[in-house]
Design a protein around this ligand. Structure first.
Ligand code: ADP
Ligand code: MG
Length: 303
């Protein structure tokens, strides 16, 4: 018998689902950008966590302010992807021997500044010795019940949009200063009510793959319509991590409203890149000649 010892990240997360206990207060557990918990009559509590590890997500040559910013920004981005706003964070740090206090101060400057921009504050944490520098943030957020958006609501016929150009984030250094799209997400949930939404942290193919998986649908992406960062190619948009743009779907009528909005003088930019189809979990790329090729719905591979 073959013993599976080291599954990939998503296989592992799927296995961990069996350890979840049910509670009427848990509206969504493992499987979205943040857990959704009962809060009060009008609002849900959102709860997410993300960890950065030295030499995996950053090196000590990088600016500590940027490292702090990035650690907070990737958590804030997950709250935004649910349609919510971040509120309170706790921060755990693993500190290697010899690291200067001033260095940690700068990481906190970066975290605090990023949290502050989006109305969140740091309220606690934990400090331990470690072999490498590790920063883990757990972040709460709040979303009005009517504004909650899950990964699971995409329907055949919906249009697919992204909030900005994709690809080449690591190569360009842009990955250190991600701008969480809280304002864009709040605007979208209030005015257009997306049927599904996720933030792109592992590349378009992987994160669209999560929407397809949770919504049990497929997608066709038009290559010519995918906005690319300078120097990036379509392959980079598919597989590169850490763009932190929003990826969302809108019903046909809402999509036409958003197109009208985009034609007028608009504060945010949204790009329509394709359509949801009914074939579960299938992802197709359509080129300028209309030829379709199937793409594996997997993005950046963490391990
Ligand atoms: P994101 O890229 O949006 O941060 P992840 O890919 O990290 O999302 O996680 C996907 C889902 O799996 C989330 O719902 C997250 O809470 C859950 N998850 C990830 N790692 C673990 C773990 N070690 N134990 C339990 N749930 C996990
Ligand atoms: Mg996410």
């Amino acid at each position: 018998m073959r013993v599976k010892t080291y599954p990939g990240e998503f296989e592992l997360i799927n296995r961990l689902k069996k350890f979840q206990s049910r509670s009427f207060r848990v509206l969504k557990g493992i499987g979205d950008d943040a857990a959704v918990l009962a809060l009060d009559k009008k609002r849900h509590q959102l709860f997410t966590t993300d960890m950065l590890v030295e030499d995996v997500h950053f090196t000590r040559k990088m600016s500590p302010i940027a490292i702090g910013h990035k650690a907070m920004a990737c958590n804030v981005s997950d709250i935004a992807a649910m349609g919510g706003a971040p509120t309170f964070a706790v921060v755990s740090i693993g500190i290697p021997r010899g690291l200067k206090a001033g260095y940690i101060d700068k990481i906190y400057d970066g975290m605090k500044a990023c949290a502050g921009v989006f109305g969140a504050i740091i309220v606690g944490g934990d400090t331990v010795k470690a072999d490498k520098l590790i920063i883990n943030i757990a972040l709460l957020g709040v979303v009005e019940k009517k504004n909650l958006v899950l990964r699971s609501g995409a329907r055949p016929g919906d249009s697919i949009f992204v909030s900005g150009p994709l690809g080449g984030s690591l190569a360009s250094g842009r990955h250190l200063w991600p701008v969480p799209r809280v304002k864009e997400a709040r605007f979208l949930v209030e005015k257009f009510k997306p049927s599904s939404m996720i933030d792109i942290s592992d590349g378009l193919a992987g994160d669209l793959g999560h929407i397809l998986e949770e919504s049990k649908v497929g997608a066709v992406i038009d290559e010519a319509n995918v906005p690319l960062n300078k120097g990036a190619r379509i392959e980079n948009a598919w597989r590169d991590g850490e763009d932190f743009e929003l990826l969302f779907t809108l019903s046909a009528s809402k999509a036409s409203k958003l197109r009208d909005y985009a034609r007028r003088k608009s504060s945010f930019r949204f790009f329509e890149i394709g359509r949801i189809v009914s074939i579960p979990r299938k992802l197709f790329l359509r080129d300028a000649l209309g030829q379709r090729c199937e793409i594996e719905p997997r993005g950046y591979v963490h391990f």
